[in-house]
Design a protein around this ligand. Sequence first.
Ligand SMILES: Nc1ncnc2c1ncn2[C@@H]1O[C@H](COP(=O)(O)OP(=O)(O)O)[C@@H](O)[C@H]1O
Ligand SMILES: [Mg+2]
Length: 500
Amino acid sequence: MAVRELAEEVLRPSAARLLESMRDIGYSFESALADIVDNSISAGATHIAIVNDLDGLGRPYLGILDDGRGMDPDELTEAMRHGSRSPSEVRAEGDLGRFGLGMKTASFSQARRLTVVSRKGGRLVARRWDLDYVIDNDEWLLQKPDGDELQRMPLVDQLRGDGTLVLWEHLDRLDAVGPAPEQAYAAINELFDTARAHLALTFHRFIAPESSDGVERIAMSINGAPIEALDPFARLMHPQSDAHEVEVVGHGGSDIVVQAFTLPHHKRLTLEQLEQLELGDSLVQTQGLYVYRARRLIAGGTWLGLARKAELTKLLRVRVDVPTSLDAEWSIDVRKSRVRTPAVIRDRLRPLIRRMTESAKRPYTYRGTKQAAAAGLPLWERVEERGAVRYQIRREHPLISTLQESVGTHAAVEPLLLAMETTLPIEALFADVAGNPQIVRQHEMDAAELEQMLAAFVEAMAPGKDTLPAAIANTVLSTPVFAAQPSARSVLERLRRIED
Ligand SMILES: Nc1ncnc2c1ncn2[C@@H]1O[C@H](COP(=O)(O)OP(=O)(O)O)[C@@H](O)[C@H]1O
Ligand SMILES: [Mg+2]
């Protein structure tokens, strides 16, 4: 009788090969750092310091030090396990973890040796994965440095209260940048520049929370220099962005909160502010959705395929807050750098996004109309009809009615207005604005023209008087063509006495 083979057997992965191949799942230096910072935030840290230096033997190391709740020996051992938590486990609201892998995979992507030292309730404990040790033994051998070795380790002396130090040594990925020390030094500096910008953006809602975020401020630094928050929505900038209404998309008992912001027009920003908001690219490229999971930025500057990146929507940025309870559906990857939106949510987002991009095009194509909607006397108006958009001259504008009255007949004025409307050089305008918006200028009035125009407005609004009611004066002055002229008020006051 043939021996029946067992229907199954235990097949363990090779520790050596698995660990080595896990190094290349695609972390960048900055995304690896961000993953370690995630853990510190989840542990309730309020100070997170990133430090790099050379150890006693002149080898570079990098440490991430926090004052979070720390771990006791058992917790630390468990934390070192690959897959310490299940991805299907729903995380607490402020927990930025996901797969129970981040600390290990992120660290190995940059270093061959990961030591985690933690202090909790006065007790200091360390655990270490050394890639070469694991490979030599082809076994998951977790080391437990203690005594003198522990005390001599870099940065351990800074772990005074509760907190955790994640130490990366044997930074072979940095060795690759060049043999000469100054080459390595330059490369590290460049990496840190990129990392600083990445962390400033990824964690801006922790570094500089808005009051509505309801979280405590967390201080982060790189080699002692504080990381300043980089807020893509210009909420804390002057001028500030315009906040659109908050929209809530309910799904499976959880709320996805969506809010659009229109950035201040580039003409109102300093060069430095503009550069900051460009996030290392152009406004066109960085427009779109910014998806946050538990306030941590996962993906930014993408429409997730729901809209096109257009010149006309380049000031539009949309904040999407996704709770951790929807992790499974949003398929957030291990590196937390990619999201896949579930089809049901895409379908709910699509009309929202369309409405937002449509309304974003409006003020940008003709800012005057938007401002005039609130105040002033616009000459042009934007008309949307049966899916088409056209611009027309408002027949009820005071200058137009005055003209019609003085000519004595509508018939004489109307052809001129029609001619202007039907020959508006839309395509040339669009090409110029899309090509280089900075060079497109409205005709700039000189002082005489300003006075002439103001006089015409005033005469049209209150003919034959030498006073002007303040309400009318304000309406005139808020008209975009005058609002942009600092001297308009004094000119107006010279023309007419303003009365309350
Ligand atoms: N800085 C830290 N302070 C306290 N606990 C930590 C820290 N870093 C990691 N841990 C613990 O280690 C566990 C594993 O971390 P990680 O591998 O990043 O997976 P995840 O963040 O997905 O849980 C965390 O769930 C947490 O319990
Ligand atoms: Mg983590």
